[in-house]
Design a protein around this ligand. Structure first.
Ligand code: VG1
Ligand code: CO
Length: 564
């Protein structure tokens, strides 16, 4: 390809429903494959950046799922036609979500396009997704995604350079002439920038010493499962090459277009292989990550499960184990609203500022940008810090290994000590996936009608001999302390006098039907309860929630699809 390239304008047709959810636009691959569908959405993203687009640099990459490369090739052509100066592309179209965030920040780009449906399955009959991250490296906030959506509803055409073809499998930098001006394409190593960042944040030699053991201490054995998602190459580089972990302990570490048929969601159900291997094997530590690498699950010896809410709290209490925080200090902690409240107690004890935000990582960004937030997390296996503006699975596993190296204890002992100091928040989430939308709406309406009744506060809800008195109930809304924007209808909450909480939300990441999420959180300070099974402790509250919502009646579901 040589000489001058020219853009053309393609008349298009409008597609309904290009509304980004909790994290980008997620639909079946077949939906994205429709003529103009992907092009429309990409053009809308670019138009939403308005006058900042001309002369800018953008990043693109994704989790390697089916349709990713085709989407990259389309994006190259559309970006070139819209007056962008430079496009940075992960080799083979591969970049984890945290890596995109890191690259946006490092090279000060206008933003990045992330090609992923995250933890949703991949392949020709599964899901694809497109997400836009802004110049702070974080997921576009609501005002930007609303703008993108509004543009998709009126879009008449898009611009494209049909002849522009680039080999994205080869690391290279090329400058071409497009419409009489320079357009540069840089295909970069997918892992290098991210690995450099991790080495600045963590003490790799301390972690390596832990993993390799010494004369008086056995090696600390880890098993890392990438679920055939994007983290494979990052894991091989960091855990394999840098930290010396044997490749036999780094499993499913090659990104596959269909994740090898796995559901790349690191929880007890979908990462059961990891759980079983750690339960029956010699391992001290197990970690799994989701398709795009922003989620993590951490388990200890014999598959001792660390709930994400506890994981956040333990890291909060031990941040001084990590060199990055020794340098920056600890500015604040935050969690999403449904996340178990364990970190609240660490914040209260240490006097560090604390925030509760709606579900979705985009709500943490403003607080981080304002220098008020260092560490945050979500119950959905998301943990991260202000080193970037996305949650970060590999970061979380390195953070845990740093804490373990510092404390010299097993994961189980670290958790038990934590509960002894702070008490224990028991947490569970029930997911009812792929319900009929109408039925799911009925469940939500049932709860909303009840909690709106004037005398609902003070109501006693009972299960066997347990009595819960309603202290407060609402449809959660949030006012951002930085820009004062208000976000409403973020989940139905029932707060009880003893501090327990029950929350109902509809998922915003599915591609069809509706997923109902029921979150239950309660606090115990009595040490004799700490060893109990969370399901047993929370059973009365779960039942109260099921009766109140008539969930089983409305949906016909006797049991959830996934229990966390
Ligand atoms: C889910 C999680 C939420 C998370 C989001 C994106 O959203 O509950 O906490 O931020 O996924 O994660 P929802 O609307 O389905 O509950 V990821 O790793 O899929 O980008
Ligand atoms: Co993800």
């Amino acid at each position: 390809m040589s000489g001058a390239l020219k853009s053309i304008v393609v008349e298009t047709k409008i597609y309904e429903g290009q509304k980004p959810g909790t994290s980008g636009l997620r639909k079946a691959v077949k939906v994205f494959q429709q003529e103009h569908y992907t092009e429309n959405f990409v053009q809308a993203i670019l138009q939403a950046t308005a006058d900042r687009l001309k002369g800018s640099t953008l990043v693109v990459g994704g989790d390697g799922r089916y349709y990713g490369k085709e989407a990259v090739n389309k994006i190259i052509k559309i970006v070139a036609a819209n007056g962008v100066d430079k496009l940075i592309i992960g080799q083979n179209g591969i970049l984890s979500t945290p890596a995109v965030s890191a690259i946006i920040r490092k090279y000060k780009t206008l933003g990045g396009i992330v090609l992923t449906a995250s933890h949703n399955p991949g392949g020709p009959d599964a899901d694809f997704g497109i997400k836009f991250n802004c110049d702070n490296g974080g997921p576009a906030p609501d005002n930007v995604t609303n703008e993108i959506y509004e543009i998709t509803r009126v879009l008449k055409n898009y611009k494209i350079v049909p002849e522009l073809v680039v080999d994205i499998d080869k690391i290279q930098k090329t400058t071409l002439q497009v419409d009489g001006k320079d357009f540069t394409i840089e295909v970069i190593d997918s892992v290098q920038d991210y690995v450099e960042l991790m080495k600045e944040i963590f003490d790799f030699s301390a972690i390596k010493n832990l993993l390799q053991g010494s004369a008086d201490r056995a090696p600390f054995q880890v098993l890392i499962n990438s679920l055939n998602g994007v983290t494979g190459p990052y894991v091989k580089k960091i855990f394999g090459e840098e930290l010396g972990v044997a490749s036999s302990s780094l499993v499913n570490a090659t990104p596959l277009e269909d994740f090898g048929g796995l559901h790349p969601d690191p929880n007890l159900t979908y990462a059961a292989d990891l759980v079983n291997a750690v339960k029956n094997g010699p391992y001290d530590f197990g970690a799994a990550f989701d398709g795009d690498g922003d989620r993590n699950m951490i388990i200890g010896e014999k598959a001792f499960f660390v709930t994400p809410s506890d994981s956040l709290a333990v890291l909060a209490a031990n941040l001084e184990a990590i060199p990055y925080f020794q340098r920056t200090g600890v500015k604040g902690y935050a969690r999403s609203m449904p996340t178990g409240a364990a970190v609240d107690r660490v914040a209260a004890k240490s006097g560090v500022e604390f925030f509760e935000v709606p579900t979705g990582w985009k709500y943490f960004g403003n607080l981080m940008d304002a220098g008020r937030l260092s560490l945050c997390g979500e119950e959905s296996f998301g943990t991260g810090s202000d080193h970037i503006r996305e949650k970060d699975g590999i970061w979380a596993s390195l953070a845990w290994l740093s804490v373990i190296a510092k404390l010299g204890k097993s994961i189980e002992d670290i958790l038990k000590d934590h509960w002894t100091t702070y008490g224990r928040n028991f947490f569970t989430r029930y997911d009812y996936e792929n319900c009929d939308s109408e039925a799911a709406n009925k469940v939500m309406a049932e709860v909303e009608t009840k909690i709106e009744q004037k005398d609902f506060v003070g109501t006693k809800l009972t299960y066997e001999n347990k009595v819960y008195i309603v202290k407060e109930a609402d449809n959660y809304s949030y006012k951002d302390p930085v820009d004062e924007s208000v976000t409403t209808k973020q989940g139905l909450r029932i707060l009880f006098e003893d501090g327990s909480r029950v929350i109902f939300r509809l998922s915003g990441t599915g591609s069809s039907g509706a997923t109902i999420r029921l979150y239950v959180d309660s606090y115990e300070s009595d040490p004799s309860t700490f060893d109990k099974d969370a399901q047993e402790v929370l059973k009365p509250l779960v039942n109260v929630a099921l009766v109140l919502s008539k969930l089983q009646e409305h949906t016909g579901r006797q049991a959830p699809t996934v229990i966390t």
